[in-house]
Design a protein around this ligand. Structure first.
Ligand SMILES: Cc1cc2nc3c(=O)[nH]c(=O)nc-3n(C[C@H](O)[C@H](O)[C@H](O)COP(=O)(O)OP(=O)(O)OC[C@H]3O[C@@H](n4cnc5c(N)ncnc54)[C@H](O)[C@@H]3O)c2cc1C
Length: 381
């Protein structure tokens, strides 16, 4: 076992930290208030090679692993989760990279790190959240095309994406529960596609979220991901596992960011004639916060290490995400508490973490779905 980051990982961490600290504060507050995606920031991030680092070099990416992707996400979320989610402009590439045809990989993957396109992935529907198999959007074959009908909700990058992977029913009649769905690649300039921004999110408000509707949207059958229909289940599980790692990194990054702000504040803030950091009750809080972050980060890196070694362990991933999500919220709650009234005011830069971090317990599998996954892996049921 080696717990040290490699030189390359350390360089990535430093570069990401420097970029986020320099660039995010210029736009973060405004993007949060106006609920705007930081388009210029995303372009700069692409130019510096931060987006889609796990895309293989032969398809235009950096060919790095999930440990590196997680380090980047953690550093971005440490400064501002809303802006940090610009890294999710590669959302869905994981499916094409693993299951797509050679033609699809060549056509779509390189567009993402270079900033030529944004991708999204539409699975959730109004009546299909945790139970993804309730997804009822249909893709019906008609000659050499599919025509797609249905709707999706809560889709990240929905109004800014150029390409969306859509989880559709391709075989409504199969008895096989896991063989009904497939992913279809939909370019968002196709007729019949509409995206409506969802406003009023609690946090990560710079991240674009939308409702999508598909009204007889026609795409060529070569837009089916892979060579055959009915592999949507396998593909969606693969995506969830990889993105749960990134969500875990988000939780740790947000906790770290709020924690550092709390440490600075308690060393400066004088009450009862001394810095509040000198009170043992406060020191105990700091020790507990640091412990939660450290344990969460260790579990994250272990889960990433396993994936990068080609070992697929859904239990390790779900344990990491479950723990980190809860730990993050607890740490940030204490960070706000340690700021007293200032913690409640946007200007002091800690309250947004409180709003932002909650999403980790909801997307990529809710807290309860992570528990179900862990128990299923243990009990084999
Ligand atoms: C900001 C944001 C971005 C998102 N981005 C995307 C995206 O890009 N693409 C996409 O497809 N989706 C996206 N989602 C959707 C997200 O993945 C879902 O919200 C999530 O899976 C939960 O589904 P739901 O909201 O329908 O809640 P529900 O499934 O209705 O769950 C409600 C509650 O019931 C609990 N519950 C459900 N089933 C069980 C069970 N069997 N046992 C115990 N408890 C259970 C849940 O844990 C939860 O607490 C996003 C959501 C948000 C808020």
């Amino acid at each position: 076992m080696d717990f040290a980051l490699t030189d390359i990982q350390r360089d990535i961490q430093n570069a990401a930290r420097e970029f986020a600290e320099k660039e995010f504060p210029n736009v973060a507050r405004e993007c949060d208030e106006k609920e705007e995606f930081p388009m210029e920031l995303w372009k700069k991030a692409c130019e510096l090679g931060f987006v889609g680092v796990f895309i293989k070099e032969e398809y235009g990416g950096a060919g790095l692993g999930y440990t590196e992707a997680a380090i980047l996400m953690e550093e971005f979320w440490r400064v501002d989760p809303g802006c940090g989610n610009l890294l999710l402009t590669s959302f869905g590439t994981e499916i094409i990279q693993q299951f797509g045809t050679e033609e699809q990989k060549k056509k779509y993957l390189g567009l993402i790190p270079s900033g030529k396109a944004i991708m999204g992935c539409g699975i959730t529907e109004p009546n299909a959240g945790s139970d993804v198999f309730m997804a009822s959007t249909t893709a019906v074959k008609d000659g050499d095309e599919y025509f797609i009908n249905g709707s999706k909700t809560f889709i990240t990058n929905g109004t800014i994406a150029d390409v969306i992977l859509v989880f559709c029913i391709t075989d409504p009649n199969t008895e096989e529960r896991f063989g009904k769905h497939s992913f279809i690649i939909v370019e968002t300039d196709r007729r019949g596609f509409e995206a409506t921004k969802i406003k009023g999110k609690m946090g990560i408000r710079a991240s674009d979220t939308a409702e999508l509707s598909f009204n007889d949207v026609r795409v060529p059958i070569k837009n089916l991901v892979g060579d055959a229909e009915g592999y949507g289940f396998k593909q969606v599980m693969h995506l969830f596992n990889l993105n749960r790692l990134l969500a875990t990194a988000q939780a740790i990054g947000a906790a770290q960011g709020a924690f550092e702000k709390a440490v600075t504040h308690i060393n400066k803030r004088i009450q009862f004639g001394k810095p509040i950091a000198s009170f043992q009750g406060v020191q105990f809080m700091i020790a507990e916060m640091a412990t939660k972050i450290e344990v969460g980060r260790n579990m994250l890196y272990k889960a990433c290490w396993l994936i990068d070694k080609g070992i697929f362990d859904p239990k390790a991933i779900s344990i990491a995400k479950l723990f980190a999500g809860e730990a993050s919220i607890a740490v940030i709650n204490d960070a706000v508490q340690l700021h007293g009234g200032y913690g409640y005011i946007a200007e002091y830069g800690v309250e947004h973490f409180y709003r932002d971090a909650k999403i980790v317990e909801i997307y990529e599998g809710t807290r309860e779905i992570e528990k179900i996954t862990i128990a299923r892996e243990i009990l084999g049921r």
